[in-house]
Design a protein around this ligand. Structure first.
Ligand SMILES: [Zn+2]
Length: 221
């Protein structure tokens, strides 16, 4: 799988926009945009990208959630330019073709990707987990819990718990530099007792991956 952030160096306020292709641009690979953002410069970058001879530049788009900085270019420009199949959790995003649900599987690049519904940042947020490379596209789902006194909705905790059970080697966030983690054997899979509230951050000072990385989630002390 190859991943390019099409908004690198942008001066426009936008989410990251990832173009995901197969390693060898095989015909069966699905050239995928993860989010579309709001910087028109992505069109030029897509047109210059190596996406395979005889293939659509963009076969499909997956929107991580409906916020404007992730989805603004969709109606109608991305649609007109590439005629992709468009996937999102919310049926209220304009120009959506297919509503996805937790556990759905899609082909992304040359991998199998699982949709994980992660309500928290927004009710329609999803993460996209690519099974072969253990890559997680997180959108704006907050995977780093910095405070030990927050409260969280039960569904959000359950979603984090689900992510914790997976092997994650790299996270591509909706904003900021990707990938934001490369060590990501997640650290909580052997723990139990995750609670929605009250909750405390269980820190393990011996475990750098735990400290520097994500989902140290939320354990009752
Ligand atoms: Zn957002």
């Amino acid at each position: 799988m190859k991943i390019v952030n099409l908004t690198e160096g942008t001066t426009v306020y936008t989410s990251n926009v990832y173009l995901v292709t197969g390693s060898w641009n095989a015909l069966k690979d699905k050239n995928t945009l993860i989010d579309v953002g709001r910087d028109p410069a992505v069109f030029d970058r897509i047109d210059r990208a190596s996406t395979g001879v005889g293939k659509h530049k963009v076969d499909q788009v997956i929107i991580t959630h409906s916020h404007f900085d992730h989805a603004s270019l969709l109606p109608p420009r991305i649609r007109e330019a590439y005629k992709p199949e468009v996937y999102a959790f919310s049926k209220y995003i304009k120009y959506i073709d297919t509503v996805v649900r937790d556990g759905d599987l899609l082909r992304v690049g040359d991998e199998t990707a699982e949709i994980i519904h992660t309500p928290g940042h927004s009710s329609d947020s999803i993460c996209i987990y690519c099974r072969e490379s253990h890559t997680l596209f997180a959108g704006d789902t907050p995977l780093v819990i910095r405070s030990d006194d927050g409260t969280y909705e039960e569904e959000f905790i359950l979603a984090l718990e689900k992510i914790c059970r997976k092997k994650v080697d790299a996270i591509y966030p909706g904003h900021g530099d990707p990938p934001c983690a490369t060590t990501a054997q997640n650290s909580c899979k052997n723990h139990s007792g995750m609670q929605s509230q009250p909750c405390r951050d269980r820190r393990d000072p011996e475990d750098d991956a735990t400290r520097s990385f994500f989902v140290r989630p939320l354990y009752r002390q």
